[in-house]
Design a protein. Structure first.
Length: 230
């Protein structure tokens, strides 16, 4: 997908060598903390989770003829976030987005799978023993960011409406910490038991931008250091 506009140079100093290289750096998890994705690893230049799970960019809209646009890595399928260099040692996942009108609702998100598929099926993580999800985030443009906890192929396959939480964006590159039991589903969604159906069978975490009664909006989202903590 063609780049719509330049990703904010404040944080994202892209270099071809960074995007293209593969990294085998191991990130250590402990009994009290699961490092879900710090984006230090790449496969074929594509950002992956700490244990090699795929990353991809998703979008949805009420008006299918005029969906939101996004850009990340170029010429990859499925679409993936770009690798962003935060410091000389630290990398993150990033994307640009552009909301289009008319749309009653639309969104663009980064989905991170905890593990690679096995025999063509998604592998689930049991994170029910953790109390919090934490992540670092920089966002230029959106005022609110949505985080969703997703399970597919392990008893639940919803088209939408997974447990979610919304946070108000703070200025700068900040760490956010949310209680897992604060995540809720919208009333219209097929209701799941958070611990039994989702946390025990988590296949991915999704972080992105959404709007209702949308206006034209452009922005950049940078995500780093997704983890589960006790």
């Amino acid at each position: 997908m063609k780049r719509l506009f330049l990703i904010a140079p404040l944080l994202l100093l892209f270099a071809t060598s960074v995007v293209a290289q593969d990294s085998s750096k191991l990130v250590e998890s402990t009994d009290s903390k699961l490092i879900y994705a710090d984006f230090q690893n790449a496969q074929n230049g594509r950002p992956v989770s700490s244990r090699g799970g795929q990353t991809r960019l998703n979008r949805y809209s009420q008006n299918s003829a005029n969906p939101p646009q996004f850009s990340g890595m170029e010429n990859v399928d499925p679409p993936a976030p770009a690798l962003a260099r935060v410091t000389d040692e630290d990398r993150a996942a990033a994307f640009n987005y552009e909301m289009r009108i008319p749309n009653e609702w639309e969104g663009v998100s980064l989905e991170v799978f905890g593990q690679p598929e096995k025999d063509g099926k998604l592998v689930a993580d049991d994170v029910s023993g953790f109390k919090y999800i934490t992540f670092r985030l920089f966002a230029k443009g959106p005022r609110m960011i949505r985080i969703e906890l997703i399970t597919r192929g392990h008893g639940a396959n919803l088209d939408g409406g997974y447990p979610m939480a919304n946070i108000r964006v703070q200025e700068g590159f900040n760490t956010y910490k949310l209680k897992l039991d604060s995540f809720n589903q919208p009333e219209w969604a097929t209701q799941l038991d958070l611990k039994r159906d989702v946390l025990k069978k988590l296949t991915s975490v999704q972080i992105g931008v959404t709007c209702d009664k949308c206006i034209i909006e452009k922005g950049t989202v940078v995500v780093d250091n997704i983890a589960f903590e006790k």
